[in-house]
Design a protein around this ligand. Sequence first.
Ligand code: UTP
Length: 479
Amino acid sequence: MPAQNTSRAPRELTVDDLRTRLEAHGQGHVLAHWDRLDAPGRDRLMAQLTRLEPELGGLVEAFRDAASQEAASEQIQPAAAIALPEHGGDPGEAEAARKHGERMLEEGRVGVFLVAGGQGTRLGFPHPKGCFPIGPVSDRSLFEIQAQKIRGIVRRTGRALPWYVMTSDATDAETREAFASHDCFGLPSEDVHIFQQDMVPAFDFDGRLILESPDRVFENPNGHGGALTALEGSGALDDMERRGIDTLFYYQVDNPLVRIADPTYLGFHALRGAEMSCKVVRKQDPMEKVGVVARVGDRVGIVEYTELRDEERHARDENDQLRYWAGSVAIHLLDTSFVRRVAADAYRLLPFHLSAKKIPFVGDDGQTNAPAEPNGYKLERFVFDALGEAREVCVVETTAAEEFFPVKNASGTDSAETARAALVAQYKRWLAAGDIDTPAGDIEIDHSIIDGPQDLEAAGIHDLTSAGDAIRIAGEGRG
Ligand code: UTP
């Protein structure tokens, strides 16, 4: 933070001061409608521009850097990954990792970090995605199912497991309302921290800010990579430090199958001395649209689907398996000290990426227009860019069936329908493993009581009738 002169309140910027500063960055046009604004409109625009102005130089430069960036041409190699036992992984090592991870949870060293600031445009649900009803029988929301999982771990370990929930301007108010009206989904309110990520202005193709209305510059949430700066800026990292948390489990709101704070993953991360870790699933089809974890030069990184060259996409090893099989499922572990280091150097380590979008803009007549074609770039930071800074990265294999079915689209692949079917299939596998017969239709399990087949015995559940509300069955009126 810049040093402040405490003897006198700083002089408020006038519109002429602002105009001069904006023009220095080639952005004077955002005051084009000033003369027609009423007093509240002028106040709104002044407040926004006064907030944006100090960052503007850096942003314009970041935009130019991103716009002039050539596609990555570095050589890639497969990254070393810890495979599942069925793919050659060592079960003894996995068990040792699980025990270590359990200890980390019992010692209160772990925090759960949810990023829930995205606008969810593909899903088209007019509320935060976390409020989306996903429970196959109960219609419980994504937030509620995730909270059940946290409650289950707290019950098992007897230790608090704080939940840090990042929202954005687009999702904050409704998310807070959902948590308040559901009593923090059964978690102690002192263990739930909701905070916002920053917004970032978009630019047109010529690098000029876009006015979406006469009194407002268009801004969007700054991407899931903004999570790392938001952790620092919101004071969440300080809270973690006070609590003795040194490891963060990062996940995204749209995945109801996420295995929150998986002890085996935690253990591998810690025992391998990693600063950041990735969970991956084995790509079956070279055309699957998922980024792969690979060595890029001398670092581990994620090569996006669109950046993979054709020969790399189809390359196979001596066992006829895809060479670049390790698809990232956006479930990470991060050391809190590492997050601090990355956040302190965010312009370099978390560069902005540009994506061409249709951005509402104001015409000369002061009316807002919705363009038919992309007319500018949104800027976003990607959390996985931080991998390049990690001294050690641990890559751990899982299966999509057990851990990854995101709700991205309104229908088809990666939709609520596929995620619900995956949940039901998972519940049935758990019950089958406990020799419990299941009905043909949908069922739903309360994760705070049963979060895997190992919990059935402990919960004294030997059949569906002894399960009470822990297992709901479609059509039985308890949905
Ligand atoms: P996606 O990239 O899938 O974006 O986010 P989205 O907003 O959910 O959906 P679309 O692309 O608009 O359809 C993956 C995860 O990152 C979070 C989202 O909330 C989701 O959990 N995210 C994304 C943020 O928290 N902030 C952002 O700025 C972007």
